[in-house]
Every structure is written in C-alpha cells, then in structure tokens.
Design a protein around this ligand. Sequence first.
Ligand code: SAH
Length: 221
Amino acid sequence: MANVTADRLSQARRALLAEISAEIKDPRVVEAIARVPREEFVPEEVRQSSYENMPLPIGYGQTISQPLIVAMMTEALLLNGSEKVLEIGTGSGYQTALLSQLAERVVTVERIPPLAERAARVLGRLGYDNIEVHAGGDGLGWPEEAPYDAIIVTAAAPEVPRELLEQLGRGGRLVIPVGSRELQELVRIVKTPEGALRHNLGPCRFVPLLGRSAWPGYAGD
Ligand code: SAH
C-alpha cells in the first residue's frame, strides 16, 4: 500500500517537473524544484496531491502556493546564489526551501506563529541550514537585516508596500502580487538609482497579506 502511494507520488512528481520545465527557462530554478520534496511541506491528509499543480490547504486559512506560480516567482527574483533574500509569508516553508537552494541566505517571516514553528521544524529536519525563520509581529518584513538583494511576498497586497521598498538594496528585486482581493498581477520591482522600475509578469491569485499594508479588513486592527 505504502509502495503504491510512493509510486504514484513519484510519477506525479515527474509529470509536474515536465510541466514546469516547459515554462521555466532558468535551469537552476528547475533543478531546485526537482530537488525539494513538496510532500514534506503539506499536511498528511493532502499528501497524495503534493505534485498536483495546484495550491493546497496548510491550515489556519492559508495555502501552499501552486507549484508553477512558485517557480515563476522564484525565477523572477533573478538569483545567482550570492544573495540575501527576504521572504514574507513562510507558510509551509516550501518556497523557503527553494530559495535556500538558490541564494546565500534566506530570512523568512510568517505572521501566524504555529505556521512559522512548523515550517522551521520541517526545514531543520530536512537539513536546510541557511534559513532564519521569524514569527513576524506588526511591521512588514524584517528591517533588522535589511538591505536585501531580493524580496518575495507570497501573499497579495493592494499596492507595493513602501516598507518593503525601503528594505531592498540598490539593484534589488521585489516580487509581489498586487491588485484587488480577487485578482492580482504578479509584479517585479527593480530598485535602481533612477527609481523603482516595474515589470508586470502576469495575472495570479493569492491569499491576502495580513497586518500593515493589507486591504482594509485584513489589517487585524
Ligand atoms: N510561501 C508559502 C505561501 C503561504 S500563503 C508556501 O508556499 O507555503 C501566505 C502566507 O503569508 C500565510 O502563511 C500567511 O499567514 C502569511 N502572511 C500574510 N501576511 C503576512 C505578513 N504581513 N507578514 C508575514 N507573513 C504573512
């Protein structure tokens, strides 16, 4: 029985990797996706769906994002391995694990403490050792360790939060879903001496950012 499940998972894993390889050009990103076991980051009851190309519930009203979107966002950060990266929204820790393979160091912040604890535990057990997980408070991001070479926000915001632009170093990239509560555009901001350059990368749909810089009703005040 366990073997049947394992076979199905590895078959689904190969199929998903083929689907992602068709869309993602950066070989380092594809390699990282091939290496990180998504099934370790999802709750037991949805484990059989680990390699479906869809978001899955992880508890507390949150989701692990759709694999193809995770791959696109990761590619959009233009990482070469030397960077200090900030992630807002650790969630399951899956995106964090990918980033740890592609950057020098990852600082990740999660607003829901039990999710932060669970992700830290899984990441530690799997041996990812260049990651710092923080249970975030009221402010957005982690200014203590700014500036960052890249910042990724895995929850949607009504607009690009100024607090995050301030934590981005010169030449740094910020990738974030921005738009309405129902539908967002994935956006990359590059911080240049001339100002912030914006590239639109396509439509997407994320769970809302919580706390400061969120839509009214999600700010928790
Ligand atoms: N990258 C995660 C996505 C999780 S969903 C994964 O693939 O598993 C987005 C997460 O962002 C949720 O866990 C939510 O609690 C968290 N979040 C929302 N607003 C936040 C904020 N202001 N600071 C930190 N984390 C936040």
